[in-house]
Design a protein around this ligand. Structure first.
Ligand SMILES: *Cc1c(COP(=O)(O)O)cnc(C)c1O
Ligand SMILES: [Zn+2]
Length: 435
């Protein structure tokens, strides 16, 4: 069975529409910049896929949204059954009252995607890539990545015995490279930037006929990432039901979602998920989306402030301690700008110092240990509150996109203190505690 409810692919630049068999990746008129949207037949979906049916579904993964995903359902179900691929998604949404209180907010939640199988949000996208590879029968799937997308692809490929080739910048944190090697990926450390690794991966995939997972080039990655928006609105509806809030719509959107942004695929995906739910009539409004970038890698903040379109942006030299959100020319910049502009949201920038400080703040404030890029979202919320972008009584969700174990060196830098060393005697413990 093919993708059930996909009508086609629509170019984000010229609006040209293509059948799914006509285009594998980008709009032919616009080359690698011609990122496309996946267009669904919502009327057909809504006839059989209802909030009631969803509420009864025991599937606790992204696959509970199968009718809204661009995959052949039988292939996806077969691969997910009993494997790690079946555990992607349905991550916890934790209330964070202490963090909220410190910020003067009433309702704050942290969506913890460090709990994904390979410990980052990227599993949501790579899961789709693995299914697409199998649908097509391609022997090899490839990606370029700052690390997490690669670890996700390698891990999920290992789960179903799929060969893969990975391009990561040589500077990727060691834990991410270790994951790749442990999962048995063919790893190429590119002696250059992420942007160079991306270009090289595109060339290699074309030359060797590999299926390409690259962010924003492959149209189906945002479709995996959008599932986080579905989950948030389902999870908040469950919270609302406990408090007997009057139901306006079957699912419940927050007022604000705060997203760390590198290439812009996550933020674009969140926006897509919300638009899907609105089109189905499952939520009654779309929240404001706030994108957070690191100061040393903030071309989207610049473009937003200057009113530029995605196709008018030029590459910048990018650097930050938050390696997962370093992108000199964000690949999904068109969708990333649209997500913020269409929802009345904002872009904010945070310094590396603020990002590092956010690691222990988030860990101690709600028990979620985040890598720098993920902690950047919380740092961004602090900034957004300071700028008056969030009102005290609004419902706010922060995405924690990756585990702190991904980058232990940065975590050690963030905590600053060295643990005390004691002699193995109670007397010495007392001595140290007295200090
Ligand atoms: C990839 C990634 C991001 C940013 O996602 P983009 O789609 O590149 O904007 C944020 N946090 C973590 C942990 C990531 O791995
Ligand atoms: Zn086009």
């Amino acid at each position: 069975m093919a993708m059930q409810h996909v009508l086609g692919l629509k170019c984000t630049i010229c609006g040209a529409e293509y059948g799914v068999g006509e285009v594998d990746y980008v709009c032919p008129h616009h080359g690698d910049d011609g990122v496309v949207d996946v267009v669904y037949d919502y009327a057909a979906i809504g006839r059989t896929f209802t909030p009631e049916r969803l509420a009864q579904d025991q599937t606790r993964s992204i696959w509970r949204y199968l009718p809204l995903l661009p995959v052949a359902p039988d292939v996806a179900a077969g691969l997910a059954n009993g494997t790690v691929l079946g555990s992607v998604g349905w991550t916890p949404l934790y209330p964070a009252p202490r963090l909220a209180g410190a910020l003067g907010l009433a309702h704050l939640w942290v969506k913890d995607d460090s709990r994904q199988p390979t410990a980052s949000f990227k599993d949501r996208a790579s899961a789709i890539a693995v299914v697409k590879t199998r649908e097509r029968g391609d022997a090899i799937v490839t990606t370029a990545s700052t690390g997490n997308a690669a670890a996700a692809l390698a891990g999920l490929c290992a789960a179903v015995d799929q060969r893969n080739v990975i391009f990561v910048p040589r500077t990727a944190p060691q834990a991410k490279v270790a994951q790749l090697l442990a999962f048995g990926a063919t790893v190429l450390l590119v002696d250059g930037t992420y942007d160079q690794a991306f270009e090289l991966c595109l060339e290699a995939a074309r030359a060797f006929g590999w299926y390409n997972r690259n962010t924003a080039y492959n149209p189906y990655m945002s479709e995996g990432k959008k599932t986080a928006a579905y989950e948030i609105c389902e999870q908040l509806a469950a919270v609302g039901a406990q408090h007997a809030a009057p139901p306006h719509a079957p699912l419940q959107a927050p007022d604000v979602i705060v997203v760390p942004v590198g290439d812009g695929c996550i933020i674009g995906g969140i926006h897509k998920g919300l638009r899907d739910l609105l089109a189905l009539g499952w939520i009654d409004r779309v929240p404001r989306i706030v994108g957070v970038q690191a100061e040393g890698s903030s071309p989207l903040v610049d473009a937003w402030e200057r009113g530029l379109e995605g196709w008018e942006m030029a590459p910048v030299d990018a650097h930050s301690v938050a390696d997962s959100i370093v992108a000199g020319l964000p690949r999904d910049r068109i969708k990333a700008l649209r997500a913020v502009r269409d929802t009345g949201g904002a872009y904010v920038r945070v310094t590396d110092e603020e990002i590092l400080a956010a690691i222990p703040a988030l860990a101690q404030g709600c028990g979620v240990f985040a890598e720098p890029a993920a902690a950047a979202a919380y740092a961004g919320l602090v900034e957004a509150v300071e700028q008056g972008l969030v009102a005290a009584d609004e419902k706010v969700v922060v995405l924690a996109t990756g585990s702190g174990l991904k980058d232990v060196a940065s975590a050690m830098k963030a905590v600053k203190t060295e643990p005390a060393v004691v002699e193995p005697t109670l007397a010495d413990v007392e001595r140290v505690l007295a200090h």
